[in-house]
Ligand binder design. Sequence first.
Ligand SMILES: Nc1ncnc2c1ncn2[C@@H]1O[C@H](COP(=O)(O)OP(=O)(O)O)[C@@H](O)[C@H]1O
Ligand SMILES: [Mg+2]
Length: 619
Amino acid sequence: MAGRMVGRGGRHEVHRSRRPSAARLAIRASLADPTGSQRTHQGPLMNVRTLLKPERLAIASVLVMQLLGTAAEAGFLLLVTRTGLALSVGDKTVGLYGDTTIEVSTALISAGVFVLVRFALGMTAAYSMSRSLGRVALRVRQVMIDAWLDASWPVKQRIAPGRVHQLLCNYSQTAATITSSATRFLAGAASLCVLLATAFAVQPWVTGFATIVVGLLGVLMRPLQTRVKHAVRGASNGLLAYSQTVAEAESMALEIEVLGVRDATSRWMKDAADEAVAGVRTAFLAQSSISPAYQFGAYSVIVALLTVGARFGVDDVGTIGAVLLLMLRSLSYGQSMQSQRGAFLSSQVYLDQLSHELKKWSADPAPIGTDTGVKATGVEARGLSFSYDGRDAALDAIDFDIRTGEVVGVVGPSGSGKSTLAELLLGLRSSGGQLRVDGVVVDEADRQWWSQHVSLVPQNHELLTGTVADNVRFLRPAISNQDVESACIAAGIHDEILSLPDGYDTHLGERGASLSGGQRQRICIARALAGQPRLLVMDEPTSALDAISEAAVLRSIADLRGKVTVVIVTHRPACLDVCDRVLALNNGRLEHFGLVADLRVAAIDGDARRGASRRPLHL
Ligand SMILES: Nc1ncnc2c1ncn2[C@@H]1O[C@H](COP(=O)(O)OP(=O)(O)O)[C@@H](O)[C@H]1O
Ligand SMILES: [Mg+2]
């Protein structure tokens, strides 16, 4: 769904198509729809089938290994019980079927070989499963991160803090274990079949009866499995809510410290943790009760089996011993199948949640465009409008032209639409009306060209854990060391960087912890300038700076005049001194667009005329 826009002619929807990326689409296609008909309108899908399909060879190989391994195990169990029986009565030979007998030593060597084969196959299967698990975990994470990166800005902005982190770090891993639980479940089923078949060959009646009871036990476990699924769903929601609460508190560490609300925060966190823990506890209980419940049923079967054996007068001790051993082993495979089924259902809950999130992220995709500007014609806005989700217009049909190389200040009271205008200028939201930058309609711009053409100095100056140069370059390898240095000179931070221990290669600690607010802000300005943008949008660029740093930054902005079109959202009168013109917004309307001096005169006149009840133009 495209964003709702208000144009001069009223509300209208702007339809946008997906941005293609061959590699991403290929991996998504494999997950989205194995039949090849990609359902792009729903975005990438993740479900059990699409995750397991690419792993079918790996799963099949594990099953074959498991079958062979269990055959070896069955052979081993038969041999040891019969050998034990032979030894207990002092026989030198071990009876197999009918009249076939072998030496005790041969029997023991054969049992040893069976054990070795079982071990080798078990280890190989484990290795194969671990690789498969790794592949699936990587794929799930890649699909999630790509979907998040491809989500439009309005969608990204709505995602609660901590959510992406939790989904990527924990949910994806848990969802990926669906491969191992599915494989183990199937392997358990294969083993069970082999063992039951062997037991059947030895004693058909008793085994047949037991097989029916094992099947019945599986059916009786169903309500418990459903309970597990519900409990895990509750637990996963609780964990997600908890991680969001933690992220919120983390982002407000400063406020918590300053406002002295440590104890209240601790209680707030405890309440949130209580809910999360209660969910996890219920899920744990449900999952953990599978084994004892099954065991209870299984042991009852053994008793029933013996009763039936006694009833039918089975008196061959060797046969009873072997069948009992095989039955016990079969039931333990049955028990493992039930536990794996529980684990499978739990992973499925996480997978469903990821899939649900993917759909949300893929809604309202970022625009696709191919246009690139050739002429530097500045910014032209005609009937520029925007409203958030059907609310009143945040910007209401405004017209303006900004010349190339001009420095324009945007002022206005809080909520007047300054940030909205900045986001429209950056192409982060689709607007009603028309917005052209250097001749290109913003929604139709080629995204690659656009991101090189336009840049931003955000209000929050976030830094990466890395060096100064890493932070200025910001994952754009095409930006040379020379570009990094020029940008830092332009941002007025070059000399301070040179005075750091390793200059541009100085590590800034986690998230740039070793710098002052002003230094961080100027590194963000350098980051914005490093790509040599044609249009630079700044949101309160000097808000964290002292007067001296502010003056340095303003001098740098003044130096950009004529080279870069600069739009500065500001509350600081000093910032307006470097502006050629100022654009004043009030309640989403353009109130003034002209010289700074005229605005000041207008504001003073307006105040004098309208009295104190009228809000000033926030200079
Ligand atoms: N993400 C959002 N969702 C809904 N409404 C928003 C959002 N951001 C801003 N608004 C609303 O849009 C109007 C303009 O906001 P904004 O552009 O942030 O103003 P300013 O930056 O001038 O303070 C305000 O009424 C604000 O409540
Ligand atoms: Mg704002």
